[in-house]
Design a protein around this ligand. Structure first.
Ligand code: NAP
Ligand code: HSE
Length: 420
């Protein structure tokens, strides 16, 4: 019998305990051994969990329990779980986590500490979709050319409701929290950080890139307005928060931001809490992974799959997929300022003579070419200019945005969405 200890019995932890019990027949048959949850750790002992396992508020009760074979970390955070999982590995236990924030900062140290001990993290990216297994094992024969997709269920749920039903941003964020989709601090979702954590994990497996969130371009959906959504609809786009990793010769660009994406693209059609990730390999071509990106049961499905896998074999393939660095073809992170894209801009300007001429002159001086422009009056004295550009360089765009913000006829900080 394999015994499991769950550190963090919240949305996902509760589902893990329930699935291991409710699906015990198929799980034990697949694992070849019975798997039971011995105990769980929480912060607040007074909260009712509805589970028939021992619940404590002391991690030592699991870490020092010699009967526990697998520690499942589902408490969230970065440094506290780092200490917990290090202790678990050093105590000879296998570890399963869904914690992408932990991995975004400490995955290489954990790989070093884990060595041939099992350390699995399927649920850390795209909830219930087995994208880690697909990338690390199923596509291991390929050089990965790109990874692009919807990696945050909360943002996709919010953007879908804002687009299709015109629901207000704050209302829909609250609903995402109630549904168990959002992180404990939802600014991680709407600010793009959660998707960035996931992208960094995928980039390590695809490219062996050891980057931290601070090294890459991260923007969220906080500034997307109904004006932007209306522009997108008018020009045949959907707005999605995407994580993008792209190989360009010996560099890899990594970025997370809201994107305008043509409505006919498959990723544009992925709505609600669903995630969808396209991975292009040099030999396989494009592969697409789709499924629920957040929520207790969907995420726990991936956690339990890792537990079963460990129960079957006892050890892991190399945690991040590489047994040694690639000789002679190490990839490096592309500087954010060199990234190229098409852009959409929303600029609120005073509605008076000469404004357009001055504005377009500034575009010209920054070498940015306008593709389309639409003017929408916002009140008697001002108008929103909704502009899309041809391909431009990020550094030129950032410089131009700063210059636009300082102009006397620009009424508010201009906002920008990249076009994929
Ligand atoms: P959650 O509902 O907030 O649950 C966290 C659990 O950890 C709670 O039971 C909490 O105790 C416990 N906890 C927190 N700090 C603790 C501490 N210092 N000592 C002991 N227990 C502590 O979070 P969740 O949504 O289940 O997410 C858990 C992890 O899975 C996070 O890393 C998250 O990023 C990841 N994840 C979540 C989803 C999702 O859809 N929710 C999807 C993929 C990955 P109390 O119950 O007493 O507060
Ligand atoms: N908060 C995350 C999301 C949970 O909404 O995608 C799944 O990782």
């Amino acid at each position: 019998m394999i015994k499991v200890g769950i550190i963090g019995v919240g949305t996902v932890g509760t589902s893990v305990a329930q699935i291991l019990k409710e699906n015990a027949d198929v799980i034990s048959a697949r694992a070849g051994v019975d798997i039971v949850v011995k105990s769980g750790v929480v912060k607040n002992l007074k909260k009712e969990r509805g589970l028939d396992i021992v619940i404590t508020d002391n991690v030592d009760d699991i870490l020092n329990d010699e009967e526990i074979d697998i520690v499942v970390e589902l408490m969230g955070g970065v440094e506290e779980p780092f200490e917990v999982v290090k202790r678990a590995l050093k105590a000879g236990k296998a570890v399963v986590t869904a914690n992408k924030a932990l991995l975004a900062y400490h995955r290489y140290e954990l790989q070093e500490i884990a060595q041939d001990k099992a350390f699995e993290f399927e649920a850390s990216v795209a909830g219930g979709i087995p994208i880690i297994t697909a990338l690390r094992d199923g596509l291991s024969a390929n050089h990965i050319e790109s990874i692009m997709g919807i990696m945050n269920g909360t943002c996709n749920y919010m953007m879908t409701k804002m687009t299709n039903e015109g629901v207000a941003y704050d209302d829909i964020l609250k609903e995402s929290q109630e549904l168990g989709y959002a992180e404990a601090d939802p600014t991680f979702d709407v600010g793009g950080y959660d998707a960035a954590h996931k992208l960094l994990i995928l980039a390590s497996i695809a490219y062996g890139i050891d980057a931290k969130p601070e090294d890459i371009l991260i923007e969220g959906i906080e500034n997307v307005t109904q004006d932007d959504i209306a522009f997108a609809k008018e020009f045949g786009y959907a707005i999605k928060l995407l994580g993008i990793a792209k190989k360009d010769k010996d560099e890899v660009e990594l970025r997370v931001h809201a994107c305008l994406i043509k409505q006919e693209e498959m990723i544009a059609k992925i709505d609600g809490v669903m995630n969808g990730i396209s991975v292009v390999g040099d030999k396989v071509g494009e592969t697409l992974y789709y499924g629920p990106g957040a929520g207790g049961d969907a995420t726990a499905s991936a956690v339990v799959a890792n537990i079963i896998d460990i129960a079957r074999s006892g050890k892991s393939t190399p945690m991040l997929g590489f047994n040694r660095p690639m000789e002679g073809s190490q990839l490096t992170l592309k500087l954010t300022e060199k990234i190229e894209s098409k852009y959409y801009l929303r600029v609120n300007v005073s509605d008076k003579a000469g404004v357009l001429a001055r504005l377009t002159k500034i575009f010209e001086t920054h070498n940015i070419s306008i593709e389309t422009m639409l003017q929408r009056p916002s009140d008697n004295a001002s108008a929103n200019l909704l502009i899309s550009t041809h391909t431009a360089v990020e550094k030129d765009m950032q410089n131009m945005m700063s210059e636009l913000e300082a102009l006397d006829f620009v009424n508010a900080k201009p906002s920008m969405i990249r076009i994929v």
